[in-house]
Design a protein around this ligand. Structure first.
Ligand code: NAD
Ligand code: GLY
Length: 356
């Protein structure tokens, strides 16, 4: 078991990373001194796979877990299912001494996190991420929320968990496409923050694609550490944390133009990262070799690298303009300077599209 500390003063917490550590959930929670009545929020898919182990671990440590199950899917990360979770927590008598435990991917984690941030004006949150994306990204850093018909993640709060427990063994049951999409965020982490991680991915990719335990634990732990450092530097995204948006400006535009039905988030980010590297190259911030290394690694994972040809430039620019992070038609765009280094540039949406 490896521990990564998120050093946020009175909101500091550990991220436990290991292979086969789900059974430690109860003992880790007991260390925090929480009351007996806790809620485990999960979805129907994950419940079939990991709920029994999670509940058994909690029960062994003296907890009395109430299980709250929502349906699987991003379309359920909404106000109606948040209300359902509040209702079940009230019915179950979860009080301020209790905790909400999110057992699942980013959808369960974001919704449960928002419930924990607001229920009784805030109860403790534990993240037990079961997708690669959730283990290295969404469970860390306290962003929680739900979607609104007007846009994704429009309602939310910052709520740091008491701890994160990431068991890489859970990734074995993840659909292959979801796992590979998660690798896009791993590549992003290396590309923006850590040339050594990026080189490790290049060297060990076949083992990582096969989910060999040692390189996988190493990669997850390293990504968690890097995300923790970014969060500690800028907890509420007033500046530096926006570095994590590398590849997301164009990625979000592609997801939105394809109605979130063609690409998984990580797949759109993969295209967005390659496009952002090309923009950086056109602006003279990085060389062709950097673009090639990134494109090659993305491609070796089996992830897409090209903006679909049927998406017009005007449509792309318009989709970027309506992104909630755009200000006055301009975007704080994350450019690549080399593998492991970036710079922010304020660019118009039209310029971004022209340089892709
Ligand atoms: P997800 O939660 O929808 O999970 C993907 C699919 O895998 C689902 O069908 C899920 O049921 C299934 N699944 C999960 N774990 C499994 C396992 N171990 N075995 C088999 N199947 C499993 O998707 P995701 O990619 O984890 O998360 C996407 C969400 O995360 C989006 O809503 C996004 O907005 C959010 N997000 C949040 C942050 C943040 O900082 N809070 C960051 C990035 C993304
Ligand atoms: N996933 C982006 C962030 O946590 O800021």
């Amino acid at each position: 078991m490896e521990v990564v500390d998120v050093e946020l003063g009175d909101r500091a917490y550990p991220i436990y990373v290991g292979a086969g550590c789900l059974g430690d959930l109860g003992s880790r929670l007991a260390e925090t001194g929480r009351g007996k009545r806790v809620a485990v929020v999960t979805n129907s898919t994950i419940a079939n796979l990991y709920l029994d182990d999670a509940v058994a671990s909690l029960t062994r440590s003296g907890f009395d877990p109430a299980v709250i199950q929502i349906p699987d899917g991003e379309e359920h990360k909404n106000l109606a299912w948040l209300a359902f979770v509040y209702d079940r927590m009230i019915d179950a008598g979860v009080d301020r001494g209790g905790a909400a435990i999110a057992l699942g991917g980013g959808v369960v984690g974001d919704l449960t996190g928002f419930a924990a941030a607001t229920y009784l004006r805030g109860i403790d949150l534990v993240q037990v991420p079961t997708t690669l994306l959730a283990q290295i990204d969404s469970s860390i850093g306290g962003k929680t929320g739900i979607n609104h018909p007007a846009g994704k993640n429009l309602l939310g709060a910052f709520k740091q968990p008491r701890f994160v427990l990431a068991d890489v063994e859970c990734l074995r049951t993840l659909p292959r496409r979801e796992y590979v999409a998660g690798l896009a965020e791993v590549i992003k982490t290396g590309a923006i923050l850590d040339a050594e991680l990026f080189a490790f991915l290049e060297a060990e990719l076949s083992g990582i694609l096969r989910q060999e335990r040692d390189p996988l634990v190493r990669v997850v732990r390293r990504c968690c550490r890097l995300k923790a450092l970014v969060v500690v530097e800028d907890e509420t995204e007033s500046g530096y944390r926006a570095i994590l948006n590398f590849g997301h400006t164009i990625g979000h535009a592609i997801e939105s133009l394809t109605d979130y039905t063609t690409y998984l988030h990580g797949e759109a980010v993969a295209i967005g990262m390659v496009a952002a590297a090309r923009v950086s190259r056109r602006l003279g911030y990085c060389d062709e070799a950097t673009v090639r290394r990134l494109t090659t690694l993305v491609d070796r994972c089996g992830l897409p690298t090209e903006v679909p040809s049927d998406l017009g430039r005007d449509a792309l620019a318009l989709a970027m303009r309506t992104d909630k992070k755009a200000l006055g038609g301009a975007i704080k765009f994350v450019c690549l300077e080399g593998i492991g280094t970036t710079r922010f540039e304020r660019l118009s949406c039209e310029d971004i599209v022209r340089y892709v």
